[in-house]
Design a protein around this ligand. Sequence first.
Ligand code: PMP
Length: 434
Amino acid sequence: GRSNEQFWKSANDKLIGFGGGWMPVRIVKAKGTVLYDEKGNRLLDWTSGQMSSLLGHGHPEIVETVTKYVTNLDHLFSPMVSDPVLDLAERLTAMLPPGLDKCLFLSTGSETNEAALKMAKMYTGGFEIVSLSASYHGMTHGAGAATFTVGRKGYGPQVPGNFTLPVPYAYRSPFRHPDGSYDWKTELDYGWDLIDRQSTGSLAACLVEPIVSTGGIIPLPDGYLTALKEHCRQRGMLLIMDEAQTGMARTGDMFGFEHEGVVPDILTLSKTLGCGLPLGATITSNEIESVVRKRGFFYLTTHLNDPLVCAVGAKVCDIVVREDMPRQAREKGALLRAGLLRLQEKYPQYIGDVRGRGLLQGIEIISDAKTKAPGSKLGAAVADRCMELGLSCNIVSLPALSGVFRLAPPVTITPEEIEEGLQIMDRAFAECID
Ligand code: PMP
């Protein structure tokens, strides 16, 4: 094995940086909710890997499925259909309402959004895309152009025709009134008015997450998706929902759109669907699929409908339905949220807001309760201390605003592991504040 010195030297010498720093841990094993470093230290995984390990690491049924398929039916020529692909398509569409009838299975979130955007452009004949100002939809050129948090500069022109609506950020919006009420509707109408004045008249689709996750755990206010869908309808646009993080039970509903009962024209799933393996799905209606098919929609990738990962996806569907994972996310989410609210009561100067649904929660760090001045430095210090004390959590930052802890543990987390993590956070806050 490598010494730690060799490990970090190799990381610096041999890997292309992603744009941030590597976390200062060397994880050698992941099991359930727990990561182990090279010395055997435990670290609770409250990010579910990259928000993906919905059922924890090394779930026995996932291990069994991977073993079976890697041995017997791993990968095929893309135009060959196989049974696990149909198993996944049948299970998923049975979990979804009519209008989400047909599936395209890919590998990543970026890819699923690329496919959705191309489909919407082909269906509507337009090319302009609207997304939220704190959006994250991927790293590829199309999904990246609809992403307004990171990665926009230094590559020449973006894909043309991408507009942004202000993210409905109740905590800091200028449309929040002194009495605490939040007039998101006027903010939304105002955003559309700006877009209408910039658009060339070729609007194709609006792409949103039900809870804007990487942009700061911002749940869309109740009624927002209904209003957004109406804005889309008036302009002949499709509504695409990106449920990379919110799909598959995490928010307490099986899919985030169920919270308000607004069915998107196209739904994209990834991360949670593969439970840590690279699987994504773009799902749409019979009607949209038949129109784009006639118009020559072509989308074939190396891992299109791959049997191995589709078998895993089908197993994930079985488990989340059988174990009523939405209920588990609601119940455990309520425990987590109660603990976070207790922390806010204890540190009101530094925790400005607790928000989210189910097991996707965020706490916004401030440095002054009156002015709500961002507490990004304290947030980073607390996150670092949590890591040292055995809790892996993640700070996401709102562009130019502040730091938000994003907490998204596996839905299989135990109440004891929730309590343990909360205690670590409490201790980290106490130590970093004085
Ligand atoms: N959409 C959302 C909402 C995401 O959070 C992410 C990943 N952070 C993506 C799309 C992109 O997925 P991937 O990294 O798998 O391409």
